[in-house]
Ligand binder design. Structure first.
Ligand SMILES: NC(=O)c1ccc[n+]([C@@H]2O[C@H](COP(=O)([O-])OP(=O)(O)OC[C@H]3O[C@@H](n4cnc5c(N)ncnc54)[C@H](O)[C@@H]3O)[C@@H](O)[C@H]2O)c1
Length: 445
């Protein structure tokens, strides 16, 4: 099948490469010169396990091509996937300008009756806006072409993007006509998706389903963070509370960790966009709003605790080093968009601390965010970051951090003060090694 993809970001590049791998003839348009330069050399412009090998293989097969000209992609596909960014605007709503710009090019150039599918996360009602944009662009170009519009929201998680594509937990087709459903089924046919996990619904329901899933996870995280703060204030331990909660099958185990909040390019913007969508529709989304508000405080709370600790001890931050373990918003990615680590680093740097950071994959992307601070530096190993530090702040739960013995942490640091924002250490082991150990909800462990 001839397929076009717009955007070679975390979503578009995975979609384009995996569809090529399924045997489709794919043209992917990307506007970023630096991303295209990396792709031309067969290099993934970001870290995603397995992507380099997949990309190289599909480029060699000839089934995957990149172009800087969206009109070239528009002229190609019978099915066209929009995977461009939908970043937040200042008021929390979604910026649809990239999406509508791509729709303009498609309207002017795509084959008649092409199916235009939104993969980007977009507010409910965007399908109709895309359809209107396609119509007006076709009209402006003097064409009588008409297009069909569908929604196929992306549920991949960075760091697991390829397995998530090849074996999705569910696939959602938001369609308005039977032909669109048949075409989407044909696109994914080689995956042999089970009928129980392939959900067909209206375009609007598909658009909302994506926000609903992300907001539910964000709510769980913020609720656990509130509970952790209550545990600290009342003498309980969040680890015991979580265990008791999670053995109830109705609650389950996942997304019950307390810590320094959620980040990334999806949860923060999707939750605020949902709140905004409610506002526009006259339906207040109070729970999503609260989750977002709690998270805004939580993601910098540990930096504030460090600053307060120094103030209470009458110690000036200047001349003190905070070792920062982790900059990515979560493990197995180099994505630092909205990462709590970066926000905390900024707070500490502005307070006068020197911050020495290490991340297995996100050192470069993190350093680019913090380059303007002369008191920021990057270490090439976790232990190098730790050498003679006055505080260790753990902001990302990379596996390797939990494998460091607390005794080694104590030995390497000038003062063994540890703020474990992701609860990677065992509390008893940390305290037995002599660490002055702090973690959300574990003060009374
Ligand atoms: N990153 C994730 O884990 C994830 C998961 C699910 C859904 N999403 C959603 O998918 C969408 C894309 O996310 P992302 O993380 O891949 O974004 P991204 O910023 O990494 O990539 C978007 C790319 O689109 C390109 N672009 C913009 N306009 C274009 C155009 N007209 N033609 C061609 N390319 C164009 C940009 O240059 C950029 O490289 C967003 O709506 C996001 O919310 C992301």
């Amino acid at each position: 099948m001839k397929i076009s993809v717009y955007g070679a970001g975390y979503v578009g590049l995975v979609q384009a490469s995996c569809l090529a791998n399924l045997g489709h003839d794919v043209v992917c348009a990307e506007l970023s010169v630096s991303r295209l330069a990396a792709l031309a050399q067969g290099k993934t412009p970001f870290y995603e396990p397995g992507m380099d090998e997949l990309l190289t293989g599909e480029l060699a097969s000839g089934r995957l091509r990149f172009t800087s000209d969206p009109a070239v992609a528009a002229a190609h596909g019978e099915v066209q996937f929009l995977a461009v960014g939908t970043p937040p605007l200042a008021d929390g709503s979604s910026d649809l300008s990239y999406l509508l710009a791509a729709a303009d090019t498609i309207g002017a150039n795509a084959p008649d009756d092409a199916l235009i599918v939104t993969k980007s996360t977009v507010p409910v009602g965007t399908g109709k806006k895309v359809a209107a944009q396609l119509r007006s662009a076709a009209l402006k170009a003097g064409r009588s072409a008409s297009f069909r519009v569908a929604s196929n929201p992306e549920f991949l998680a960075e760091g697991r993007a390829l397995p998530d594509f090849m074996e999705p937990q569910r696939t959602v087709f938001g369609v308005a006509d039977a032909k669109a459903e048949a075409q989407l089924r044909e696109v994914y046919a080689p995956l042999k998706l089970g009928n129980d996990r392939t959900l067909v619904m209206s375009v609007e329901s598909a658009e909302l389903a994506k926000y609903a899933a992300n907001a539910m996870l964000a709510v769980r995280i913020s609720f656990m963070n509130e509970l952790a703060n209550l545990a600290d204030a009342t003498g309980a331990c969040i680890d015991s509370v979580r265990e008791a909660m999670s053995l109830d099958e109705r609650v389950g185990r996942k997304f019950l960790n307390s810590g320094c909040g959620y980040g990334g390019s999806c949860f923060p913007k999707d939750v605020t966009s949902l709140v905004k969508q409610g506002e526009m529709a006259g339906t207040v989304m109070r729970i999503a709003d609260a989750a977002s508000e709690i998270n805004i405080r939580q993601r910098v709370a540990m930096a504030d605790r460090i600053i307060s600790l120094f103030q209470s001890r009458g110690k000036a931050p200047v001349g003190c080093v905070v070792a920062l373990w982790g900059m990515a918003f979560k493990p197995d990615t180099d994505d630092v968009r909205e990462a709590p680590a970066v926000l905390m680093a900024e707070r500490l740097l502005q307070a006068g601390f020197a911050v020495r950071a290490y991340d297995p994959q996100a050192s470069e992307t993190g350093a680019a965010e913090l380059a303007k601070y002369t008191n920021f530096s990057v270490a090439s190993t976790a232990m190098e970051a730790l050498a003679d530090a006055d505080v260790l702040l753990i902001a990302t739960e990379w596996k390797e951090f939990g494998q460091v013995a607390p005794a080694d942490v104590a030995r390497f640091m000038r003062a063994p003060v540890v703020f474990d924002g992701r609860s990677v250490f065992n509390v008893a082991a940390a305290r037995a090694a002599g660490l002055d150990y702090h973690a959300f909800g574990r003060e009374h462990a």
